[in-house]
Design a protein around this ligand. Structure first.
Ligand code: C2G
Length: 135
């Protein structure tokens, strides 16, 4: 049983999120996903996610490519999460290239290319622009 672990906020869930989760799952037998808590997200990005942790976890849990979901409370606990879930591969998008290489003694670390042209920020900007244009 080869367990893959990955992490993210997955706010305003979109096709880039789905594709990286599906590609991560294809690398092993079981995919475990750490979803950033609202507090962790605020500390990283200085903004609250649109959807709450409970909502974001419910969406991720419902995906057929995902086997288990847990809250990611701190970036500093990644090593603990890898060990607790017995993960043999850590997958992240290549916007994090090199940032998690310190976990290579614990597991394989794989950075997958991001899906181009889409991000939570772009969706927010687009919706904001429509709202302004319709004023
Ligand atoms: N992603 C992607 N393509 C996109 C957008 C995102 O492949 N167009 C990937 C990211 O590279 C990441 C995952 O989707 O691996 C989740 O993205 P975010 O929700 O933006 O995650 P982030 O806030 O970067 O949190 O401990 C690390 C953090 O929890 C990652």
């Amino acid at each position: 049983m080869k367990t893959i672990i990955t992490f993210g906020t997955y706010d305003l869930f979109h096709i880039g999120h789905l594709r990286i989760l599906a590609r991560a799952r294809a690398l092993g037998d079981r995919l475990v996903v750490g979803v950033s808590t609202d507090e962790l997200n605020f500390s990283k990005k200085h903004i609250n996610p649109v959807f709450t942790l409970a909502e974001r976890m419910e969406i991720i849990r419902a995906l057929s490519c995902v086997d288990e979901v847990f809250p990611e409370e701190s970036l500093d606990l990644k090593g603990d999460y890898i060990q607790q879930h017995n993960a043999s591969v850590l997958v992240m998008g290549d916007d994090w290239q090199g940032k998690f290489d310190m976990f290579k003694p614990l597991c394989e670390v794989v950075y997958l290319p991001r899906t181009g042209g889409i991000s939570t920020t772009k969706i927010k900007d687009y919706i904001g622009k429509i709202a302004i244009d319709s004023l």
